[in-house]
Write a protein that binds this ligand. Structure first.
Ligand SMILES: *Cc1c(COP(=O)(O)O)cnc(C)c1O
Length: 437
């Protein structure tokens, strides 16, 4: 598969260059040029396959020209070592739990896969003799911890996570500040916007670039985005396995930067029989506005109870638009948009808990609520549940009025020592730190 830039279809790169560059040299995002279709036999057999087998088949098809098959098998097995499970919540609605990884967030899959691909491409000489690749990422919580855990211990790769002080929950912070090894946590005395701006300045600093090679680990990077396809394929496999004749499947995705939705659209092009998607947004809904009115206007983001959806200018919008034929009519054929306010999302969490004893986190509840509103008779609905409800425990406890127990595996984090570098929000402070490394 070759990848072209959203800003210039003539600019094509290999998978290796696309991954190592992160963003195309002209500032656009890489879009797959043509997508291979999986054979019919794969779908006929899918109900009997393991999670690892399904993921390997999908990755193998998508990356068969670029990554050695045996290497890919190893990478898939090392990435997919935890479960993804489909739980029936209502007559026609299922919850796809994507939060059983180390940081209890769906980004774990993409981050781990990305780390291993990066290390492999690097060992093949893809980055021209430079000793180490440096992944720099800013985070308001989830991306940083998923990327740090996904890349922990990966040879020849160092991860720097920049985060704003006094914004993250203690658990979010502990998930990457206690790791050590090849992960450096940098606390910025400023806001998330300051962190983003510092990352951009580092990426543009030629003196530092001479010393270190940087790459991006957000969903702009296709190696982090493509593995999200696994979620959709496995949801389908689980449906078939549960005896649901699934040719009428609607998947609802909670949308922030639209990476997860983009992966679903690629999966569909690979032949996965998903009838349509619901793009579920909260008070920040530039994509739904586009679907409704055909005009894309970036907004300032407004804080909500589902902070990973608070994106006023979703990064993958231009990629989705290109991939789906470039206009709103084409997009409307496969995606419909639903907006959930915080009040509505809280009501969904309470209702589903009271009536079904199933606990949704706020991001997943946006997807589930949007699905409930949009599903038609005869359709089978899957809501992607992107985060474990314990991650926003205090909030969820307040909403349902009951305590939410902490899973055993996260409890010890609280006692581990944090290792953090402190910088202020001006560029000079972080620049000096990088120059001193
Ligand atoms: C990142 C994130 C999302 C949004 O995914 P995008 O790919 O950015 O659209 C949804 N839910 C949770 C919990 C997230 O961390």
């Amino acid at each position: 598969m070759r990848y072209y830039s959203t800003r210039n279809p003539e600019l094509r790169d290999t998978f290796t260059d696309a991954v190592l560059n992160g963003v195309a040299p002209d500032g656009g995002l890489y879009v797959p040029e043509s997508v291979p279709r999986l054979p019919r036999a794969f779908f006929n057999n899918i109900a009997g396959m393991t999670l690892q087998d399904v993921c390997y088949a999908v990755a193998g098809y998508a990356l068969r020209d670029d990554v050695d098959a045996a290497v890919l098998r190893r990478i898939v097995n090392e990435t997919i070592y935890y479960d993804m499970s489909l739980v029936q919540v209502d007559d026609n609605k299922w919850a796809m739990e994507l939060f059983h990884g180390p940081t209890m967030n769906f980004k774990d899959t993409g981050a781990r896969f990305f780390g291993r691909i990066l290390s492999y491409l690097h060992s093949c000489g893809g980055s021209a003799g430079l000793r180490e690749l440096n992944v720099v990422v800013s985070t308001s919580g989830n991306t940083g911890s998923a990327v740090a855990n996904g890349l922990l211990g990966v040879p020849n790769v160092h991860v720097f996570v920049l985060y704003p002080s006094e914004v993250l929950s203690p658990m979010q912070e502990a998930l990457f500040t206690t790791l050590g090894s090849n992960v450096t946590a940098i606390e910025v005395n400023g806001t998330i916007d300051d962190c983003r701006s510092l990352v951009q300045q580092l990426f543009a600093d030629t003196e530092i670039q001479k010393k270190m090679r940087f790459t991006s680990a957000t969903s702009t990077n296709i190696a982090r985005l493509l593995p999200h396809m696994f979620h959709y394929f496995w949801a389908y496999a689980c449906l078939v396995r549960q005896g649901v004749t699934a040719d009428n499947v609607v998947v609802s995705t909670p949308c922030g930067n639209l990476g997860n939705l983009m992966a679903g659209l690629v999966a569909q092009k690979m032949g996965l029989p998903i009838k349509r998607f619901v793009a579920a947004e909260n008070v920040n809904h530039p994509f739904v506005n586009y679907l409704r009115g055909g005009v894309f206007e970036p907004q300032y983001s407004t804080p909500s109870i589902a902070p990973s959806l608070d994106k006023g200018n979703p990064r993958n919008f231009e990629r989705i638009l290109r991939f789906c034929g470039g206009d709103v009519e084409e997009l409307r054929k496969v995606v419909s948009g639903v907006v959930m306010t915080d009040e509505e999302t809280e009501a969904v969490i309470r209702d589903v808990w009271n009536s079904r004893k199933y606990l949704l986190d706020p991001h997943s509840a946006v997807a589930y609520g949007a699905l409930s509103r949009d599903i038609k008779d005869g359709e089978v609905g899957v809501a992607l549940c992107t985060e474990h409800p314990v991650k926003l425990r205090g909030l969820v406890e307040r909403i349902i009025g009951e305590p939410v127990p902490l899973p055993e595996r996260v409890a010890p984090l609280a006692d581990m020592a944090k290792r953090v570098v402190h910088v202020n929000s001006g560029y000079k402070s972080i620049r000096n730190y990088f120059l001193s490394l």
